[in-house]
Ligand binder design. Structure first.
Ligand code: ADP
Ligand code: CIR
Length: 428
């Protein structure tokens, strides 16, 4: 362990010394990195209120924030019950990040019949053409550890458990599909029937189907989430390629629907159908909390676990070749900006970015899809304004790319997680 804190082979005195040293480090980060919520809420008083065994687990949850000083959250749960067991640490941190009141309780609600016009959210009404649209949710099975605590054997066991669920999807004419797996084997001498090679993996990453090499992410690495790579990592994809289930990423499962189109509600509704199907399969019980809804590894994804995104061109807001201006504009709108390859990737050469509402917890699923639509609407106004401020005397842009045809609806912005623009690049 980075701090040298361990219950093994240590006298009480040595243990106390190690904890003192750890907290000297925590204090230091609290001063140097005030945006690091892990060290803000990991007080000595909270830590000392647990017995040694629990202190070790709490340390595992917080290790990523101590090793990565620039963390915005700096912690991941190791088991679904950690959010309850370590409530004194997690609860204020979660409410701080999500900008929530002390008594807020998460409510799940997928009924999108009232969004937009009779449940239809059509981006052509905003002057846009076909966009790449994606909605994903993070889910974890209650019976397994969260990925940070899984060892290689548990990762394989989880993959094998999911194979039964994927078989049900494959036999359903609405889904069918293929499993792609990176697990070198399913245990010593046990062949993996779905194994793909490096070239196929890269092809799937480039097509936005598979996730990137998590081992390259220092936050996930410190938390143990990327351990044993690439065991237990892969995905199932439906025959029409629109439905995807990742296994073995930051959450045990990331379930998503993705396609090019103009109606945001279509990917939302299809994802709900897929989720209902998965949840109906025997042996699939998603971890849930009475207070926080669906349980995820990262406190940023609790609640809905949902990220609803579109790839949209913002040539004026990205005229300097970076996403800095787009982030400045999107942050107060409660929107996150990512690159075209996902988190921590660069924007497209033509100014294409990935836009999604930041809120995940204490918000209803149907309100996220509405927030995406409203956010795009407001953003396109800003994009138009940026054309006139950055190129005052320049000839007008092509009208097609320029402006929404409709004024954005007036709506009080939902309270977004409290982030500043700099922090937002990390804490999503
Ligand atoms: P997550 O969305 O699960 O938090 P990432 O931001 O890393 O994770 O994105 C995962 C993958 O999904 C990346 O390949 C990214 O380009 C792709 N992606 C996200 N949104 C869209 C979208 N609207 N259209 C196409 N691909 C998308
Ligand atoms: C941090 O605390 O900044 C990192 N652990 C990233 C948190 C954002 N969550 C995420 O990428 N899913």
């Amino acid at each position: 362990m980075g701090s040298g804190v361990s219950t093994e082979n240590m006298t009480d005195e040595q243990y106390k010394e190690a904890v003192d040293k750890l907290f000297a480090q925590v204090e230091e980060i609290r001063t140097s990195n005030p945006g690091n919520r892990c060290v803000k809420y990991l007080t000595r008083e909270v830590f000392d209120s647990y017995d040694k065994a629990d202190q070790m687990t709490l340390y595992k949850c917080a290790k990523t924030g101590i090793e990565n000083k620039d963390s915005g959250l700096g912690c991941y749960a190791m088991k679904p019950e950690d959010y309850t067991k370590f409530e004194k640490f997690f609860d204020p941190l979660i409410r701080d990040y999500h900008g929530a009141k002390d008594d807020a309780v998460h409510v799940t609600d997928w009924d999108a019949s009232g969004v937009g016009e009779n449940g239809v959210l059509d981006v052509t009404k905003l002057g846009l053409e076909e966009l790449s649209m994606r909605v994903r949710v993070g889910r974890n099975l209650a019976q397994f550890n969260l990925p940070g605590l899984m060892d290689q054997a548990e990762r394989i066991k989880f993959e094998v458990t999911m194979l039964q669920a994927f078989a049900k999807l494959i036999e359903d004419p609405e889904f069918k599909g293929t499993i792609y797996s990176m697990s070198p084997n399913h245990g010593e001498g046990v062949e993996n029937p779905n194994l793909i090679d490096a070239a196929k993996y890269q092809e799937l990453v480039d097509a936005h189907v598979m996730f990137k090499d998590m081992d390259a992410d220092p936050f996930l690495k410190s938390a143990g989430i990327s351990s044993d790579w690439p065991y237990g990592r892969g995905c199932w994809q439906s025959e029409d390629k629109q439905c995807i289930i990742w296994f073995g990423e930051e959450d045990q499962l990331r379930i998503m629907c993705m396609k090019k189109g103009t109606m945001l509600n279509e990917v939302f509704d299809r994802l709900k159908k897929l989720l209902d199907k998965v949840e109906s399969i025997e042996g699939i019980e998603f971890a849930k909390s009475d207070k926080y809804g669906y349980v995820t590894s990262c406190p940023s994804n609790l609640g809905t676990g949902m990220r609803a995104s579109v790839h949209v061109k913002l040539p004026n807001l990205t005229a300097d070749g970076t996403d800095a201006k787009a982030k400045e504009v999107c942050n107060p709108l409660g929107l996150s900006v990512r690159g075209t390859g996902g988190e921590h990737t660069p924007i497209g050469a033509d100014g294409t970015v990935d836009i999604s509402p930041r809120a995940r917890l204490f918000i209803k699923e149907r309100d996220i899809i509405q927030a995406l639509y409203d956010g795009i609407s407001k953003l396109m106004v800003k994009e138009k304004e940026a054309a006139t401020t950055t190129t005052e005397e320049a000839p007008k842009e092509d009208a097609k790319e320029e402006a929404p045809k409709e004024e954005p609806k007036e709506e009080a912005p939902k309270e977004a997680p409290k982030e500043d623009v700099k922090e937002e690049t990390k804490a999503e």
